[in-house]
Design a protein around this ligand. Structure first.
Ligand code: ADP
Ligand code: MG
Length: 360
């Protein structure tokens, strides 16, 4: 790419509309017993060519966020009124299944943690890729086969011409995940949502897959939403990071800033628990306790029971996302300690006032 092209592309990235713009998304499961607010008022966006990470412990609402965007929330769940998910300016919330089918594939495609969710054991890998090529690009016969082989080669599957005729069970775990990526790419999506795509793989294969995704992204100008519970993986792949906890985004920042200057005590805890962070210690530091099920409205901080910095008001005021200080334009935290310019009382009042508006 010439430097002129590069310049043009980066300007476009900075000034262009986001590819995905999620605003006040709330998705709840209405069970007999309780209402689980799995995603509880999150906002974030993804720009062209950008990789945005969503990180948090198990149960924090990452997969429900992905499924909400894809329009595949399981019953008894639904997206609540006031939620907005805009893809290239187009509102997705409220679309019919028929309308959504035009978005999935050429617009957004998803890679699941378990490749066997996406691969059908009774068809060859090649036929499954060709089915996507037929549906979304109208390719058939020889042309489709050639493109399937090219896609398998693009995801570094050796001997692709032979393997295109094999069944998923003949592939190793790492190869299957590559095949799933090839399938996700077959429809030429603009945004890929990858939900823990490397979690089931060993570290070496995981690193290869991350590298592969980055290469493909650069070639195609893809946007990626990358979900993981692993801070180490986020550091490798993300440009920007949203940290989720019990249905909320509790911190958001560019990756270097999040790792270099984490602000939310939960983020600090996640970073402390990265293996190898404290050489000489023989036990892994972890955050004590578990993510609570968000089954009541957040009128307090859901992290407070586990937070080493909690104080009285954390139990009675709901923290909303605020800039960490007045001049921060790209780093927010939902914690009563911020913004950090004034006194703690000032900060608490900011959250109290903002959350009253939110609850109306
Ligand atoms: P993560 O992907 O971050 O591990 P999830 O998004 O899967 O977490 O889940 C978030 C919350 O939503 C959890 O409390 C989970 O129990 C709840 N949840 C997810 N799917 C369902 C469902 N089908 N019915 C009821 N609750 C659900
Ligand atoms: Mg999940």
């Amino acid at each position: 790419m010439s430097s002129m092209d590069e310049l043009e592309q980066s300007t476009q990235r900075e000034t262009g509309e986001p590819v995905l713009d999620v605003s006040n998304l709330r998705t709840a499961f209405f069970t007999d017993k309780e209402v689980i607010r799995a995603v509880d008022g999150i906002s974030f966006d993804i720009r062209e060519g950008e990789t945005v990470g969503i990180v948090g412990e198990s149960g924090s609402g990452k997969s429900v966020t992905a499924r909400s965007i894809m329009g595949i929330v399981d019953s008894p769940g639904r997206i609540l009124d006031g939620s907005s998910i805009r893809f290239k300016g187009e509102e997705l919330v409220g679309k019919t299944e028929a309308e959504y089918r035009k978005i999935r594939g050429p617009g957004i495609s998803m890679i699941f943690q378990d490749p066997l969710t996406s691969l059908n054991p009774v068809y060859t890998v090649g036929n499954q890729i060709k089915e996507v090529l037929r549906l979304h690009r109208g390719l058939r016969g020889h042309e489709a086969t050639e493109e399937a082989v090219r896609l398998l080669e693009a995801v570094s599957i050796p001997d692709a011409r032979r393997r295109v005729d094999e069944y998923p069970h003949q592939f190793s775990g790492g190869m299957r995940q590559r095949a799933v990526i090839a399938m996700a790419l077959a429809s030429k999506p603009e945004l890929i949502i990858a939900d823990e795509p490397t979690t089931a793989l060993d570290v070496t294969i995981q690193a290869q897959i991350l590298e592969l995704l980055e290469e493909i992204q650069e070639e195609r100008g893809l946007s990626i939403m990358f979900i993981t519970h692993d801070m180490g993986v986020i550091a490798e792949i993300a440009d920007r990071v949203n940290v989720m906890y019990a249905g909320e985004i509790i911190e958001s920042a560019p990756v270097e800033e999040l790792f270099g200057d984490p602000k939310h005590p939960y983020t600090e805890g996640l970073l402390e628990s990265i293996p190898g962070r404290h050489p000489g210690e023989d036990r892994l530091r972890t955050i004590k306790g578990e993510v609570p099920t968000p089954n009541e409205p957040a009128t307090y901080c859901r992290f407070a029971p586990r937070c080493p910095k909690a104080f009285d008001e954390c139990n009675s005021v709901h923290p909303v996302s605020v800039p960490i200080h007045e001049s921060a334009d790209n780093h927010t935290a939902a914690c009563l300690l911020y913004p950090e310019d004034g006194t703690r009382e000032d900060a608490v009042e900011t959250h109290r006032a903002r959350s009253e508006v939110y609850e109306q």
